[in-house]
Design a protein around this ligand. Sequence first.
Ligand code: URA
Length: 458
Amino acid sequence: MRMYDIIQKKRDKEELTKEEIEYFVSEYSADRIPDYQASALLMAIYLNKLTLNELAYLTNAMANSAYKLDLSMLKREDRYIIDKHSTGGVGDKVTLIVLPIVASFGVEICKMSGRGLGITGGTADKLESIVGYDVNMPLEKAIEQVKEIGLCLISQSGDIAIADKKLYALRDVTATVESTDLIASSIMSKKIASGAEKVLLDVTAGSGAFMKKVEDAKILANKMVELGKLAGIETRAVITSMDEPLGRCVGNSVELKEVISFLLSDEDRLFADDIKDLREVVFEVAAQMIKLAGFGDDIEINKDAIAKSIISGSAYDKFIELVKAQGGKVQNVHLDEYDTDVEMPVLKDEVSYLKEITAEANGTIVSIDGGKIGEALVCLGGGRNKKEDIIDSAVGFEFKKKVGDSVREGEVILNCLFNDKNKFNEAFNYIKDAITISYVDDEKINELQGKPYILDII
Ligand code: URA
């Protein structure tokens, strides 16, 4: 078999065979195919797309390219081993909130999460803003931890789906990341190799996500659900809105603070209007995961139980158990708001500067472009341009206003936390461009304030 012939076939829109795709994946993983030929094939796939058969062959070949995690020791009668994946976005801290909630129901989860690249942040980076938290725990130790406390949250193991790791790095420098076929096979190869029986996907859509259009997010979701089915893994996808940043905070430490505040909520705080977007996504994703795991078939009943788990403190207790088990430092803190003492993670959150960004005119905020806010975070050093970049955990943004809010000239829209004035100047151009304020009528304000965050369930 020759790589040249495989490239030519895909260039000419012919269907590749299982053997040809397996040849490409195994030879490229073993460094026997040069990057220039792999790049040519990736571009041919990007332009000419894959059939469902080709997509399934590619996904399985990538899943088989290294170690497959065996989680069967966690299996219990009438219960399922589940996993979750988000296609990522700006301000996406959903995994960090959902996992302790779901684990507080007794669902056991061994979760591997990626690092951030470009505008989308990574859960592993966010966890590293906790002093001492070890995301690089070996898999055997992680499984032991799941047996003890029901949960682990570690960084994606380098031993899982090695082909994806190599191919993703190549896609990143050859303008071939944004292909629904390549994204679907990349994500599902890792899910198949990660040992779960059922998977919940949070597929984000909007300016702060990979998929800018909802239709593209649905195409991606359908492909992943189909790939899951072909691999014998029940897969559900929730399509969520990622136009403006999710929640109030963007940046590693500030997002952790938002996670802590969410999990510590009492009833009034949990159902407050200002956390509506985050609450809706968290409740839907968690309720679907509880159902997949076999812990409750009725989504609305699951949502009531989720609220109880948060209000009673059991989700927060699980979160602290996780942080401590993975070496994270905690300290006792008095919460004036609730007049109580709690254990709280110690964060790498010291910054040199705080700048209030204010409204330049009176009106209503009609959009906050998540993509541009993500770019601004990268400028401050809170995200990565290249894989090797080191993240500054402390920098970020705290939004005081969101889309649909009215503002007066000079009123604070967000606080920017940073350590380097030159980086702030660069970031400021993106922030300015990201926020649009206009005069709009009441009907438009109602539409902006009532926009849905759960766009579809597949
Ligand atoms: N996340 C992945 O794991 N792979 C992609 O290709 C895109 C997002």
